[in-house]
Write a protein that binds this ligand. Structure first.
Ligand SMILES: [Zn+2]
Ligand SMILES: [Zn+2]
Length: 146
């Protein structure tokens, strides 16, 4: 089924619409994706028979490619937000899940390159969760209860 994914960057300069078939939604733990995101994993959808329509800000879109690899990242040159890009290995479009505005209505398909994950990337579901900032760790910030 064809899907329409709309998203934007953080500064609002870039807005886009991607149409196509979502083939997979992968959480990639490889070292390049960790560098790209500064985090444990990238969360990317692979969309086939896809087209990217830049609704605004196409002049702000930059793409960094690592030579001799399929690895690339598109981003807004003003705010650095991740943006969709054509997949170097084929006709698909790679869409960062976090770039989509509103609910996605999809669950990830799989964790990939799990063997390359960071040494702190295990059992993260067991780490304490807060609905807001980590109050106990930041005593300089008064809690709402004070
Ligand atoms: Zn931006
Ligand atoms: Zn990766």
């Amino acid at each position: 089924m064809a899907q329409h994914l709309s998203g934007s960057c953080q500064c609002g300069a870039v807005r886009f619409l991607v149409s196509g078939k979502i083939q997979g939604f992968f959480l990639c733990h490889c070292s390049r994706c960790r560098k790209d995101t500064g985090s444990a994993q990238a969360a990317n959808m692979f969309v086939t028979e896809a087209a990217i329509e830049w609704l605004s800000g196409v002049d702000s879109v930059r793409t960094f490619r690592i030579a001799d690899t399929r690895h690339a990242k598109s981003f807004c040159m003003t705010c650095g937000s991740a943006l969709p890009r054509a997949h170097a290995g084929g006709p698909a479009v790679v869409v960062p899940a976090g770039s989509i505005d509103g609910p996605l209505g999809l669950r990830p398909t799989a964790h990939i390159f799990s063997a390359s994950r960071a040494d702190w990337d295990d059992h993260l579901e067991e780490v304490p969760r807060f609905d807001g900032p980590p109050e106990p760790i930041n005593p300089a910030r008064p809690s709402p209860r004070d």
